[in-house]
Write a new protein. Structure first.
Length: 316
């Protein structure tokens, strides 16, 4: 049990405090004692932290895009409220959450402890929950730290190489845009990708082009400025191939294309720009291979590898 505050004729305010902040273990460890000490500096009444108390404060600190995000939920006799706070350090988050939580605790009803020797008056109107000369405590209109954003938009580009769709490496360029949800754990991304390759065969040459729309869904984990994401992808679009033979034979094909797969994306945040490296294993759901006589295409199922570098910028 942790007691915070100073001696008072009032009954102490009983509070159950629950903290989840393992993300802060390596920088500034956060515990019940840490937050209790911050509350003691801001709450007028003594506070006793114990399990099963009628007032409950839950605090969780997670990694965010540019630092950390704290989420506090309070339930007590005065009602229920919650607040999200972003900051660059765990210490900053704890101080801001203590400021918000102090207003919730001050709004809790007060109880005055009577001396055992003093008999209660025969008929006295019940004491109001707050003295008339003390203005009621309201929720803080603002905190020094910015409020959490529901989502973040980014846009950028990527270039790379695909190995396995055809016998020679294919080059690709992608223009992409994405949205990061909540505290950055989930990202949805879409774009337009142009891929091309040229191959020489015994009877002539073949030019391949893909125009596709890659759609990614990633689950991210952030540590300081580094983010790692496990992603799934579907990539629908159009496959164009032109065949030119030495004997003046030409054939052109425009076919539906779809590949799908999974991959890993690493990102480093430098001065507001996210530099990225990714690698995907892709299976062509509608893949094609050219017959030796160049007369037609036949179905193909093989695993291809896509490796690329890119950069993403935040959209204001």
């Amino acid at each position: 049990m942790l007691a915070a505050g100073v001696a008072s004729a009032e009954e102490p305010l009983q509070l159950e405090l629950d903290i989840s902040a393992s993300i802060c273990a390596s920088s500034a460890p956060v515990s019940v004692e840490t937050l209790g000490s911050e509350l003691a500096l801001r709450v007028r009444r003594p506070v006793v932290v114990q399990r099963g108390a009628p007032a409950v404060l839950h605090v969780r600190i997670d990694a965010a895009r540019d630092g950390f995000i704290g989420h506090a939920t309070f339930e007590g006799a005065s009602g229920r409220d919650e607040r999200d706070i972003e900051g660059t350090s765990c210490t900053e988050i704890v101080q801001a959450l203590a400021f918000v939580a102090s207003s919730w605790l001050e709004a809790e009803p007060e109880v005055v402890r009577l001396s055992p020797a003093a008999a209660p008056p025969p008929a006295v109107a019940p004491r109001p929950t707050r003295p008339a000369d003390v203005p009621p405590t309201t929720r803080p209109p603002a905190v020094a730290l910015p409020a959490s954003k529901a989502s973040r938009l980014r846009a950028g580009w990527r270039s790379g190489v695909v190995l396995g769709f055809v016998s020679r490496p294919a080059l690709d360029v992608t223009a992409a845009g994405g949205v990061t949800l909540g505290a950055g754990g989930t990202e949805l991304r879409g774009g337009v990708r142009l891929t091309w390759a040229r191959n020489t065969v015994e009877l002539g040459s073949v030019q391949h082009r893909w125009l596709t729309i890659p759609l990614d869904a990633c689950r991210n984990v952030r540590r300081e400025r580094i983010t790692a994401g496990l992603c799934g992808r579907v990539d629908p679009g159009l496959f164009l191939t032109s065949i030119t033979a030495a004997r003046s034979f030409e054939a052109h094909h425009a076919l539906a294309w779809l590949d799908a797969g999974a991959g890993l994306r690493l990102s480093a945040s430098l001065g507001g720009v996210d530099l990225e490296l990714d690698a995907f294993a892709l299976v062509p759901v509608t893949g094609y291979r050219i017959e030796r006589d160049l007369a037609r295409l036949e179905g193909l199922r093989s695993v291809a590898v896509s490796i690329g570098l890119g950069a993403m910028l935040p959209i204001p």
